[in-house]
Design a protein around this ligand. Structure first.
Ligand SMILES: [Zn+2]
Length: 267
């Protein structure tokens, strides 16, 4: 995985024969009381190494465009104007990166939350990706395609088990954060990139203390187990992670650390 170029809202990487573009939708601030200990209760205090912005945790919101020159897949879409106004920059990120939204035929959603799926509809109410043919989402989360997202329902492909999206992307169900939470395993001759959605919300804490969960993890213990399994997979040679809430641009190598794990950003 090699960083090639970047700007305020995007970063372009070379991943073997594939190109990967991280697109920054923005950020969302959340109170530290959303962090949960193993007893299921809010942490008594936030460890000193965890940065706060006006008393809040600041979660980057990223999406990832992956292409081989012929086909491309967009994993997650940001929030558009359906959540806080600190998000919705993904369309500017496409422009900054020189990418055409009209090229996107396949969007792969990690889970049903609005900061991942909301960007399918642009702020003016139109479809953000005019050539969209398929929206992949875990079957357990597919019911989100109502109301604002209703126009896309006819193109939803529910994922019920490992599923090939292209020759080089496989969807892998990882329930826990939500029932349909799904990661995308991208393979090239440079290794594997696991685009892991909301497996980690607070990178400054959850690599070192991976048992810490998040209030919005629907099934706390299942989310914890899924994170543990993915971290063990990621320490193998040739593995990289792309995280929706890792600090932008959100692509890293994971290694073991004295305590837990460590993420080394690729930049
Ligand atoms: Zn999220």
């Amino acid at each position: 995985m090699r960083f090639r170029s970047g700007g305020r809202l995007h970063a372009r990487f070379e991943f073997g024969e594939l190109h990967v573009v991280s697109l920054r939708d923005g950020y969302v601030d959340m109170p530290p009381t959303r962090l949960r200990g193993e007893n299921g209760r809010a942490l008594d205090e936030v460890p000193s190494g965890v940065p706060l912005a006006d008393g809040n945790l600041r979660l980057s919101v990223n999406a990832f465009f992956i292409g081989d020159g012929t086909r491309s897949v967009l994993v997650d879409t940001g929030a558009s104007n359906a959540y806080h106004d600190t998000m919705g920059s993904i369309y500017d990120a496409f422009d900054e990166a020189g990418l055409d939204r009209g090229e996107v035929t396949d969007v792969a959603i990690t889970h049903r939350h609005v900061d991942h799926v909301g960007g399918l509809i642009a702020p003016d109410g139109s479809e953000a990706f005019p050539s969209l043919e398929r929206v992949w989402i875990g079957a357990g989360d597919a019911s989100v395609f109502t109301d604002r997202l209703e126009p896309l329902r006819d193109r939803v492909v529910p994922i019920t088990g490992p599923a090939a999206i292209t020759d080089w992307v496989t969807a892998v169900p990882t329930p826990g954060h939500t029932p349909g939470h799904t990661i995308y395993d991208v393979r090239s001759n440079a290794g594997h990139l696991l685009v892991w959605g909301d497996t980690v919300h607070v990178p400054s804490l959850q690599f070192e203390q991976p048992w810490v969960t998040w209030e919005f993890d629907g099934d706390q213990s299942q989310a914890r187990l899924a994170r543990a399994a993915l971290l063990e997979q990621l320490v193998q040679p040739g593995y990289f992670v792309a995280g929706a809430h890792l600090d932008s641009p959100g692509i890293a190598r994971v290694t073991r650390a004295v305590a837990g794990y460590q993420a080394q950003p690729i930049s």
